[in-house]
Design a protein around this ligand. Structure first.
Ligand code: SAM
Length: 246
């Protein structure tokens, strides 16, 4: 998969050299290219922002550097990428979307600063490309670089061969399948007793059916406690008799 990120803070994307994403890059599973937006300006001060039409506080990112940068990135590859525009006013970025994006061969991210990017950029590229305005949560950050790190990591760990154990995301919170829409329940490792606290017995029973049942009950319990909205959104046919009693 190829990933391009256009930003005024290329150094903010340094964590893409570390850990899972860094290893995927080193193995050639991910081709990550970070571009400095200011390289696509032509004035002495490398200006990327200007005052907003209609007045108001803050500055708006100018369309020209974004247009030039996106044209250069598009011309450097084959086919049409999905363009991801991080913005608090976008659709929520979910695990479902991460799965969808992990199927794409090429993603281009446009993290903004200031009050965001002149609207005409999304309109212009939205006419010929799949442009997704995505939010990583109901809060406002100073820039889109951290959201890009979040989205890239969520997508990259789903790519074949990136996680050591291909099954490790199968039981994750929000994973599609039997536990769909549920949060993952509590997890344990050795030692069997720590500070007087023991591991639930069922987990050492070797009884796969009982373990699966226990995990599902715990997932339901945790989901009802922390995210009742997810339970409310569950398709009743995905719940069995035992679930309803939990
Ligand atoms: N004026 C914008 C608004 O109220 O929607 C906020 C702009 S924010 C200060 C600057 C940039 O940070 C955004 O354009 C976006 O790239 C990024 N950003 C901030 N919060 C975000 C979030 N929750 N999800 C995705 N991107 C975000």
């Amino acid at each position: 998969m190829r990933l391009d990120v256009i930003t005024i803070f290329p150094e903010y994307l340094e964590p893409l050299n570390v850990s899972l994403v860094g290893k995927a890059r080193a193995r050639g599973q991910l081709d990550v290219r970070v571009h400095d937006l200011r390289a696509f300006t032509h004035d002495r001060h490398h200006t990327v922002d200007d005052t907003p039409y209609g007045g108001g506080p803050g500055m708006v990112m100018k369309p020209e550097p974004w247009g030039e940068a996106l044209d250069a990135v598009l011309a450097s590859g084959e086919g049409r990428p999905v363009v991801v525009v991080p913005t608090p006013s976008g659709r929520p970025f979910t695990q479902e979307l991460a799965v969808e994006l992990a199927d794409e061969p090429w993603l281009v991210f446009t993290p903004a600063r200031y009050e965001g990017i002149d609207r005409r950029v999304v309109e212009e590229y939205g006419e010929r490309l799949d442009v997704r305005e995505l939010s990583i949560g109901d809060y406002v950050l100073a820039g889109g670089e951290a959201p890009v790190l979040v989205m890239v990591e969520a997508v990259a760990r789903l790519l074949p061969g990136v996680l050591g154990n291909a099954d490790s995301h199968r039981d994750d919170s929000f994973a599609p399948g039997a536990m769909a829409a549920l949060l993952e329940g509590p997890i344990y490792t050795k030692p069997p007793e720590w500070r007087g606290r023991t591991v639930p017995e069922v987990l050492s029973s070797g009884h796969h059916g009982r373990i699966a049942r226990w995990r599902r009950d715990e997932a339901l319990r945790r989901t009802s406690l922390n995210r009742p909205d997810l339970i409310a959104g569950c398709d009743p046919k995905d719940l069995d008799r035992h679930d309803r009693a939990t």
